[in-house]
Ligand binder design. Structure first.
Ligand code: COA
Length: 433
Protein backbone atom coordinates (compact mmCIF):
# COMPACT_ATOMS: atom_id res chain seq x y z
CA UNK A 1 0.00 0.00 0.00
CA UNK A 2 1.31 3.50 -0.77
CA UNK A 3 1.68 5.88 2.16
CA UNK A 4 -1.23 7.91 0.75
CA UNK A 5 -3.51 4.87 0.97
CA UNK A 6 -2.28 4.11 4.49
CA UNK A 7 -2.98 7.73 5.43
CA UNK A 8 -6.51 7.68 3.99
CA UNK A 9 -7.31 4.39 5.71
CA UNK A 10 -6.62 5.95 9.12
CA UNK A 11 -8.68 9.12 8.80
CA UNK A 12 -11.49 9.36 11.34
CA UNK A 13 -13.21 11.96 13.56
CA UNK A 14 -12.00 13.15 16.97
CA UNK A 15 -15.20 11.75 18.57
CA UNK A 16 -14.49 8.29 17.11
CA UNK A 17 -10.76 8.39 17.85
CA UNK A 18 -11.15 9.09 21.58
CA UNK A 19 -13.26 5.93 21.89
CA UNK A 20 -9.92 4.07 21.84
CA UNK A 21 -9.24 5.43 25.32
CA UNK A 22 -10.43 2.99 27.99
CA UNK A 23 -10.97 3.45 31.73
CA UNK A 24 -7.69 3.12 33.62
CA UNK A 25 -5.56 4.01 30.58
CA UNK A 26 -2.57 6.33 30.74
CA UNK A 27 -2.81 9.04 28.06
CA UNK A 28 0.02 11.38 27.06
CA UNK A 29 -0.69 14.63 25.21
CA UNK A 30 1.69 16.31 22.78
CA UNK A 31 3.62 18.83 24.84
CA UNK A 32 3.05 22.59 25.44
CA UNK A 33 1.95 24.50 22.30
CA UNK A 34 1.84 21.15 20.48
CA UNK A 35 -1.22 20.05 22.48
CA UNK A 36 -3.81 18.54 20.11
CA UNK A 37 -6.74 20.83 20.92
CA UNK A 38 -9.55 19.02 19.09
CA UNK A 39 -8.60 15.63 20.53
CA UNK A 40 -8.35 16.98 24.07
CA UNK A 41 -11.76 18.68 23.67
CA UNK A 42 -13.25 15.42 22.36
CA UNK A 43 -11.73 13.44 25.25
CA UNK A 44 -13.18 15.86 27.80
CA UNK A 45 -16.58 15.80 26.05
CA UNK A 46 -16.57 12.01 26.25
CA UNK A 47 -15.67 12.02 29.98
CA UNK A 48 -18.75 10.06 31.09
CA UNK A 49 -17.31 7.03 29.28
CA UNK A 50 -14.15 6.93 31.40
CA UNK A 51 -13.15 6.18 34.95
CA UNK A 52 -9.73 7.06 36.28
CA UNK A 53 -7.89 7.88 33.05
CA UNK A 54 -4.43 9.21 33.87
CA UNK A 55 -3.38 12.25 31.84
CA UNK A 56 0.38 12.71 31.69
CA UNK A 57 1.50 16.11 30.52
CA UNK A 58 4.26 18.62 31.09
CA UNK A 59 3.80 22.35 30.32
CA UNK A 60 0.03 22.55 29.80
CA UNK A 61 -0.81 25.44 27.48
CA UNK A 62 -4.37 24.36 26.70
CA UNK A 63 -7.58 24.83 28.70
CA UNK A 64 -6.80 22.08 31.21
CA UNK A 65 -10.51 21.21 31.54
CA UNK A 66 -9.64 17.62 32.48
CA UNK A 67 -8.37 18.98 35.82
CA UNK A 68 -11.70 20.58 36.87
CA UNK A 69 -13.21 19.26 40.13
CA UNK A 70 -16.22 17.74 38.32
CA UNK A 71 -13.81 15.71 36.15
CA UNK A 72 -12.19 14.02 39.18
CA UNK A 73 -13.92 10.62 38.80
CA UNK A 74 -12.96 10.50 35.12
CA UNK A 75 -9.45 11.97 34.86
CA UNK A 76 -6.46 12.15 37.14
CA UNK A 77 -3.58 14.40 36.15
CA UNK A 78 0.00 13.19 36.52
CA UNK A 79 2.04 16.34 35.96
CA UNK A 80 5.69 16.35 34.99
CA UNK A 81 5.52 20.14 35.25
CA UNK A 82 2.85 22.12 37.06
CA UNK A 83 1.48 25.20 35.30
CA UNK A 84 -1.26 27.80 35.58
CA UNK A 85 -4.16 25.59 34.49
CA UNK A 86 -3.07 22.47 36.41
CA UNK A 87 -1.75 23.97 39.69
CA UNK A 88 -5.06 23.88 41.58
CA UNK A 89 -5.67 20.24 40.66
CA UNK A 90 -2.33 19.24 42.17
CA UNK A 91 -2.79 21.44 45.26
CA UNK A 92 -6.31 20.07 45.80
CA UNK A 93 -5.33 16.40 45.42
CA UNK A 94 -6.98 15.72 42.04
CA UNK A 95 -3.59 15.13 40.58
CA UNK A 96 0.02 14.50 41.45
CA UNK A 97 3.50 15.54 40.36
CA UNK A 98 6.27 13.22 39.18
CA UNK A 99 9.76 14.68 39.72
CA UNK A 100 12.00 13.93 36.72
CA UNK A 101 14.72 15.69 34.74
CA UNK A 102 13.28 16.70 31.37
CA UNK A 103 15.93 14.70 29.47
CA UNK A 104 14.86 11.54 31.30
CA UNK A 105 11.14 11.70 30.46
CA UNK A 106 11.53 9.61 27.27
CA UNK A 107 13.37 7.00 29.34
CA UNK A 108 10.32 6.69 31.63
CA UNK A 109 8.24 5.77 28.58
CA UNK A 110 10.85 3.58 26.90
CA UNK A 111 11.84 1.60 29.99
CA UNK A 112 8.24 0.97 31.01
CA UNK A 113 8.42 3.01 34.22
CA UNK A 114 5.53 5.07 32.85
CA UNK A 115 4.11 2.94 30.03
CA UNK A 116 1.69 4.74 27.72
CA UNK A 117 -1.58 3.37 26.46
CA UNK A 118 -2.60 6.24 24.20
CA UNK A 119 -0.56 9.15 22.79
CA UNK A 120 -2.49 12.13 21.42
CA UNK A 121 -0.29 14.37 19.35
CA UNK A 122 -0.38 17.07 16.72
CA UNK A 123 1.70 16.90 13.54
CA UNK A 124 2.27 18.78 10.30
CA UNK A 125 0.86 17.58 6.96
CA UNK A 126 2.88 14.68 5.55
CA UNK A 127 5.69 15.44 3.10
CA UNK A 128 6.08 13.73 -0.30
CA UNK A 129 7.36 10.59 1.42
CA UNK A 130 4.61 10.28 4.06
CA UNK A 131 6.56 11.79 6.96
CA UNK A 132 4.89 14.28 9.32
CA UNK A 133 6.92 16.65 11.47
CA UNK A 134 6.04 16.87 15.16
CA UNK A 135 6.09 20.63 14.62
CA UNK A 136 6.56 22.80 17.70
CA UNK A 137 6.99 19.91 20.16
CA UNK A 138 9.43 17.06 19.62
CA UNK A 139 10.76 16.70 23.22
CA UNK A 140 9.15 13.59 24.80
CA UNK A 141 6.31 13.66 22.26
CA UNK A 142 8.46 11.61 19.85
CA UNK A 143 9.10 8.94 22.49
CA UNK A 144 5.36 8.94 23.27
CA UNK A 145 4.59 8.18 19.60
CA UNK A 146 7.25 5.48 19.50
CA UNK A 147 6.13 3.66 22.65
CA UNK A 148 2.36 4.16 23.02
CA UNK A 149 0.09 1.21 22.30
CA UNK A 150 -2.19 3.52 20.29
CA UNK A 151 -1.31 6.82 18.59
CA UNK A 152 -3.93 9.39 17.62
CA UNK A 153 -2.68 12.35 15.60
CA UNK A 154 -4.21 15.65 14.62
CA UNK A 155 -2.75 16.46 11.22
CA UNK A 156 -2.97 20.25 11.33
CA UNK A 157 -2.21 22.12 8.13
CA UNK A 158 -1.14 25.13 10.23
CA UNK A 159 1.54 23.18 12.12
CA UNK A 160 5.00 24.25 10.91
CA UNK A 161 7.36 21.62 9.56
CA UNK A 162 10.58 21.51 11.54
CA UNK A 163 13.75 19.81 10.39
CA UNK A 164 15.88 17.54 12.56
CA UNK A 165 15.01 14.24 14.18
CA UNK A 166 11.35 15.02 14.48
CA UNK A 167 9.54 13.06 11.80
CA UNK A 168 6.99 10.30 12.21
CA UNK A 169 5.75 8.24 9.29
CA UNK A 170 1.99 8.00 8.72
CA UNK A 171 2.32 4.24 9.23
CA UNK A 172 3.26 4.93 12.88
CA UNK A 173 -0.10 6.62 13.48
CA UNK A 174 -3.20 4.60 14.32
CA UNK A 175 -5.91 7.23 13.96
CA UNK A 176 -5.67 10.47 12.02
CA UNK A 177 -7.96 13.46 12.27
CA UNK A 178 -7.41 16.32 9.85
CA UNK A 179 -7.61 19.81 11.34
CA UNK A 180 -6.82 23.42 10.50
CA UNK A 181 -6.27 25.37 13.70
CA UNK A 182 -3.86 28.14 14.72
CA UNK A 183 -1.11 26.75 16.96
CA UNK A 184 -1.38 27.74 20.64
CA UNK A 185 0.59 30.96 21.13
CA UNK A 186 2.62 32.34 24.01
CA UNK A 187 2.60 36.12 23.95
CA UNK A 188 5.84 37.97 24.76
CA UNK A 189 6.01 38.77 28.50
CA UNK A 190 6.02 42.29 29.99
CA UNK A 191 9.57 43.32 30.78
CA UNK A 192 9.83 45.82 33.66
CA UNK A 193 12.77 47.72 35.15
CA UNK A 194 13.68 44.86 37.52
CA UNK A 195 13.84 42.34 34.68
CA UNK A 196 15.89 44.79 32.60
CA UNK A 197 18.44 45.21 35.41
CA UNK A 198 18.64 41.42 35.80
CA UNK A 199 18.98 41.04 32.04
CA UNK A 200 21.84 43.51 31.93
CA UNK A 201 23.66 41.72 34.76
CA UNK A 202 23.26 38.35 33.04
CA UNK A 203 24.38 39.75 29.70
CA UNK A 204 27.61 40.96 31.36
CA UNK A 205 28.54 37.27 31.78
CA UNK A 206 27.93 36.37 28.13
CA UNK A 207 31.03 36.47 25.93
CA UNK A 208 31.14 36.73 22.14
CA UNK A 209 30.86 33.27 20.58
CA UNK A 210 28.77 31.85 23.46
CA UNK A 211 26.05 29.26 22.93
CA UNK A 212 22.92 30.06 24.93
CA UNK A 213 20.13 28.19 26.66
CA UNK A 214 17.27 30.44 27.75
CA UNK A 215 14.28 29.51 29.86
CA UNK A 216 10.75 30.84 29.47
CA UNK A 217 9.56 34.27 30.56
CA UNK A 218 10.45 37.88 31.22
CA UNK A 219 14.00 37.34 32.51
CA UNK A 220 15.34 35.37 29.51
CA UNK A 221 13.65 37.86 27.17
CA UNK A 222 15.20 40.76 29.12
CA UNK A 223 18.65 39.17 28.77
CA UNK A 224 18.22 39.17 24.99
CA UNK A 225 17.66 42.95 25.03
CA UNK A 226 21.22 43.42 26.33
CA UNK A 227 22.97 41.11 23.90
CA UNK A 228 22.64 43.38 20.87
CA UNK A 229 26.34 44.29 20.86
CA UNK A 230 27.61 40.70 21.15
CA UNK A 231 28.98 38.72 18.23
CA UNK A 232 28.42 35.23 16.90
CA UNK A 233 26.09 33.87 19.55
CA UNK A 234 24.52 30.46 19.12
CA UNK A 235 21.46 28.63 20.46
CA UNK A 236 21.29 25.16 22.01
CA UNK A 237 18.22 25.37 24.22
CA UNK A 238 15.30 23.24 25.25
CA UNK A 239 13.09 25.99 23.80
CA UNK A 240 13.18 29.54 22.56
CA UNK A 241 10.61 32.20 21.91
CA UNK A 242 10.11 35.29 19.73
CA UNK A 243 12.88 37.26 21.50
CA UNK A 244 15.54 35.22 19.73
CA UNK A 245 14.31 36.29 16.28
CA UNK A 246 15.32 39.94 16.71
CA UNK A 247 18.89 38.91 17.53
CA UNK A 248 18.97 36.46 14.64
CA UNK A 249 17.70 39.07 12.22
CA UNK A 250 20.23 41.61 13.56
CA UNK A 251 23.06 39.15 12.81
CA UNK A 252 24.01 38.71 16.50
CA UNK A 253 22.94 35.08 16.58
CA UNK A 254 24.88 33.41 13.76
CA UNK A 255 25.55 29.97 15.32
CA UNK A 256 28.88 30.13 13.49
CA UNK A 257 31.08 29.63 16.56
CA UNK A 258 29.17 26.63 17.87
CA UNK A 259 31.32 23.61 18.61
CA UNK A 260 28.32 21.30 18.01
CA UNK A 261 25.76 21.76 15.19
CA UNK A 262 27.62 24.74 13.74
CA UNK A 263 25.27 27.09 11.91
CA UNK A 264 22.11 25.61 13.48
CA UNK A 265 19.82 26.55 16.37
CA UNK A 266 19.04 23.37 18.29
CA UNK A 267 15.78 23.07 20.28
CA UNK A 268 13.37 20.44 21.52
CA UNK A 269 10.18 22.54 21.67
CA UNK A 270 9.04 26.04 20.79
CA UNK A 271 6.58 28.47 22.35
CA UNK A 272 5.86 31.85 20.82
CA UNK A 273 3.65 33.72 18.41
CA UNK A 274 2.81 33.08 14.78
CA UNK A 275 5.88 35.15 13.88
CA UNK A 276 8.07 32.46 15.47
CA UNK A 277 6.10 29.59 13.94
CA UNK A 278 6.39 31.15 10.45
CA UNK A 279 10.14 31.67 10.96
CA UNK A 280 10.86 28.04 11.90
CA UNK A 281 8.67 26.50 9.17
CA UNK A 282 10.94 24.54 6.78
CA UNK A 283 13.88 26.67 7.96
CA UNK A 284 17.14 24.71 7.81
CA UNK A 285 18.72 27.03 10.42
CA UNK A 286 16.50 25.52 13.12
CA UNK A 287 16.69 21.85 14.08
CA UNK A 288 14.36 20.09 16.44
CA UNK A 289 15.56 16.96 18.27
CA UNK A 290 14.13 14.78 21.06
CA UNK A 291 14.73 15.99 24.62
CA UNK A 292 16.86 12.98 25.54
CA UNK A 293 19.35 14.39 23.02
CA UNK A 294 19.00 18.19 23.34
CA UNK A 295 18.88 18.24 27.16
CA UNK A 296 21.37 15.45 27.80
CA UNK A 297 24.13 17.14 29.86
CA UNK A 298 26.71 15.04 27.96
CA UNK A 299 25.48 16.55 24.67
CA UNK A 300 25.14 20.08 26.10
CA UNK A 301 28.74 20.01 27.38
CA UNK A 302 30.04 19.52 23.82
CA UNK A 303 29.18 23.17 23.15
CA UNK A 304 31.98 25.58 23.99
CA UNK A 305 31.21 28.72 26.02
CA UNK A 306 27.80 27.24 26.86
CA UNK A 307 25.74 29.65 28.99
CA UNK A 308 22.49 28.53 30.62
CA UNK A 309 20.07 31.10 32.03
CA UNK A 310 17.17 29.95 34.22
CA UNK A 311 15.10 31.36 37.05
CA UNK A 312 14.14 30.32 40.57
CA UNK A 313 11.93 30.91 43.59
CA UNK A 314 14.46 30.96 46.43
CA UNK A 315 18.19 30.58 47.17
CA UNK A 316 19.52 29.86 50.66
CA UNK A 317 22.83 30.98 52.16
CA UNK A 318 24.55 27.80 50.95
CA UNK A 319 23.42 28.33 47.36
CA UNK A 320 20.70 25.68 47.32
CA UNK A 321 18.29 26.70 44.58
CA UNK A 322 14.54 26.10 44.88
CA UNK A 323 12.87 26.57 41.51
CA UNK A 324 9.74 24.47 41.51
CA UNK A 325 8.16 24.69 45.00
CA UNK A 326 6.85 27.40 47.26
CA UNK A 327 6.99 25.59 50.59
CA UNK A 328 4.84 22.49 50.28
CA UNK A 329 3.09 23.82 47.15
CA UNK A 330 4.35 22.24 43.97
CA UNK A 331 4.51 25.40 41.85
CA UNK A 332 6.15 24.23 38.62
CA UNK A 333 8.75 21.56 37.84
CA UNK A 334 12.44 21.00 37.35
CA UNK A 335 12.03 21.10 33.54
CA UNK A 336 15.44 21.36 31.92
CA UNK A 337 17.03 23.52 34.59
CA UNK A 338 19.39 20.92 36.05
CA UNK A 339 20.08 19.38 32.63
CA UNK A 340 21.44 22.73 31.45
CA UNK A 341 23.08 23.79 34.72
CA UNK A 342 25.13 20.59 34.60
CA UNK A 343 25.77 20.62 30.85
CA UNK A 344 26.89 24.26 30.91
CA UNK A 345 29.20 23.74 33.91
CA UNK A 346 30.77 20.71 32.23
CA UNK A 347 31.32 22.54 28.91
CA UNK A 348 34.63 24.20 28.06
CA UNK A 349 34.41 27.77 29.41
CA UNK A 350 30.73 27.17 30.25
CA UNK A 351 28.67 29.09 32.82
CA UNK A 352 25.32 28.40 34.43
CA UNK A 353 23.30 31.38 35.60
CA UNK A 354 20.28 31.35 37.89
CA UNK A 355 18.61 34.75 37.64
CA UNK A 356 15.77 36.03 39.82
CA UNK A 357 14.28 39.26 41.17
CA UNK A 358 15.67 39.89 44.68
CA UNK A 359 12.14 39.85 46.16
CA UNK A 360 8.82 38.08 45.61
CA UNK A 361 5.21 38.59 46.71
CA UNK A 362 5.22 42.30 45.74
CA UNK A 363 8.43 43.00 47.65
CA UNK A 364 7.31 41.39 50.92
CA UNK A 365 9.66 38.39 50.72
CA UNK A 366 13.40 38.15 50.05
CA UNK A 367 14.24 35.33 47.65
CA UNK A 368 17.67 35.10 49.27
CA UNK A 369 17.05 33.48 52.64
CA UNK A 370 19.06 31.84 55.43
CA UNK A 371 17.10 28.59 54.98
CA UNK A 372 14.81 27.25 52.29
CA UNK A 373 11.12 27.19 53.25
CA UNK A 374 9.80 24.22 55.18
CA UNK A 375 8.53 21.63 52.70
CA UNK A 376 10.41 22.98 49.66
CA UNK A 377 12.59 20.73 47.52
CA UNK A 378 16.01 21.73 46.24
CA UNK A 379 16.00 21.89 42.44
CA UNK A 380 19.65 22.78 41.73
CA UNK A 381 22.05 21.63 44.43
CA UNK A 382 24.65 23.83 46.06
CA UNK A 383 27.32 21.69 44.39
CA UNK A 384 25.98 22.42 40.93
CA UNK A 385 25.24 26.12 41.19
CA UNK A 386 27.56 28.56 39.46
CA UNK A 387 26.27 32.18 39.31
CA UNK A 388 23.21 33.74 40.98
CA UNK A 389 22.04 37.04 39.50
CA UNK A 390 19.53 39.61 40.78
CA UNK A 391 18.85 43.22 39.78
CA UNK A 392 21.53 44.16 42.36
CA UNK A 393 24.39 42.22 40.80
CA UNK A 394 26.12 38.88 40.26
CA UNK A 395 27.10 36.42 43.01
CA UNK A 396 29.68 33.83 41.97
CA UNK A 397 29.29 30.68 44.07
CA UNK A 398 31.38 27.97 42.41
CA UNK A 399 34.56 27.34 44.38
CA UNK A 400 33.34 29.49 47.27
CA UNK A 401 33.04 28.38 50.90
CA UNK A 402 29.75 28.54 52.78
CA UNK A 403 30.56 31.91 54.33
CA UNK A 404 31.82 33.37 51.06
CA UNK A 405 28.66 32.17 49.32
CA UNK A 406 26.41 33.73 51.94
CA UNK A 407 28.34 37.03 51.77
CA UNK A 408 28.15 37.14 47.96
CA UNK A 409 24.43 36.42 48.07
CA UNK A 410 23.64 38.99 50.76
CA UNK A 411 25.45 41.58 48.64
CA UNK A 412 22.92 41.06 45.82
CA UNK A 413 19.84 40.83 48.10
CA UNK A 414 17.29 43.64 48.20
CA UNK A 415 18.61 46.43 50.49
CA UNK A 416 15.45 46.24 52.65
CA UNK A 417 16.42 42.72 53.75
CA UNK A 418 20.19 43.04 54.07
CA UNK A 419 20.29 43.96 57.81
CA UNK A 420 18.15 40.93 58.65
CA UNK A 421 20.28 38.65 56.45
CA UNK A 422 23.52 39.95 57.99
CA UNK A 423 22.12 39.27 61.47
CA UNK A 424 21.23 35.71 60.44
CA UNK A 425 24.67 35.28 58.85
CA UNK A 426 26.43 36.27 62.09
CA UNK A 427 24.20 33.96 64.19
CA UNK A 428 24.77 31.02 61.92
CA UNK A 429 28.45 31.29 61.10
CA UNK A 430 29.54 32.77 64.47
CA UNK A 431 31.50 35.19 62.39
CA UNK A 432 31.36 38.92 61.55
CA UNK A 433 29.82 39.75 58.14
N1 COA B 1 8.13 33.13 48.36
C1 COA B 1 6.82 33.36 48.14
N2 COA B 1 6.29 33.55 46.94
C2 COA B 1 7.11 33.49 45.89
C3 COA B 1 8.49 33.25 46.03
C4 COA B 1 8.99 33.08 47.34
N3 COA B 1 10.30 32.86 47.56
N4 COA B 1 9.06 33.26 44.83
C5 COA B 1 8.09 33.47 43.94
N5 COA B 1 6.91 33.63 44.58
C6 COA B 1 5.62 33.93 43.96
C7 COA B 1 5.71 35.24 43.21
O1 COA B 1 5.46 36.36 44.05
C8 COA B 1 4.66 35.07 42.15
O2 COA B 1 3.38 35.25 42.67
P1 COA B 1 2.56 36.62 42.33
O3 COA B 1 2.49 36.64 40.84
O4 COA B 1 1.26 36.38 43.01
O5 COA B 1 3.39 37.72 42.91
C9 COA B 1 4.73 33.58 41.83
O6 COA B 1 5.34 32.97 42.96
C10 COA B 1 5.57 33.30 40.61
O7 COA B 1 6.89 33.80 40.78
P2 COA B 1 7.73 34.39 39.58
O8 COA B 1 9.12 34.48 40.00
O9 COA B 1 7.06 35.60 39.02
O10 COA B 1 7.55 33.22 38.52
P3 COA B 1 8.03 33.09 37.03
O11 COA B 1 6.82 32.98 36.20
O12 COA B 1 9.05 34.13 36.68
O13 COA B 1 8.73 31.68 37.07
C11 COA B 1 10.00 29.93 38.11
C12 COA B 1 9.84 31.44 37.90
C13 COA B 1 11.23 29.70 38.96
C14 COA B 1 8.77 29.36 38.78
C15 COA B 1 10.19 29.26 36.70
O14 COA B 1 11.30 29.84 36.07
C16 COA B 1 10.40 27.78 36.81
O15 COA B 1 9.44 27.02 36.91
N6 COA B 1 11.66 27.30 36.78
C17 COA B 1 12.00 25.89 36.92
C18 COA B 1 12.04 25.18 35.60
C19 COA B 1 13.12 25.66 34.69
O16 COA B 1 14.02 26.41 35.06
N7 COA B 1 13.07 25.21 33.45
C20 COA B 1 14.09 25.48 32.49
C21 COA B 1 13.75 26.49 31.52
S1 COA B 1 12.23 26.31 30.66
Amino acid sequence: MSWKDIYKSKITTAAEAVKHVKSGDRVVFGHACGEPKELVDALVKNHEQYKNVEIVHMVAMGKGEYTKPEMAPHFRHNAIFVGGCTRNAIAEGRGDYTPVFFHEVPKLFKKGLLPIDVAMVQVSKPDDHGYCSLGVSCDYTKAAVETAKWVIAEVNDQMPTLYGETFVHVSELDDIIETSNPIIELNPPKIGDVEKAIGENCASLVEDGSTLQLGIGAIPDAVLLFLKDKKDLGIHSEMFSDGVLDLFEAGVITNNKKALHKGKMIVTFLMGTKRLYDFVDKNPVVEMHPVDYVNDPVVIMKNSKMVSINSCIQVDFMGQVVSDCIGTTQFSGVGGQVDFVRGASMAEDGKSIIAMPATAAKGKVSRITPFIDHGSAVTTSRNDVDYIVTEYGVAELKGKSLQQRARNLINIAHPDFRDYLVEEFEKRFKSKF
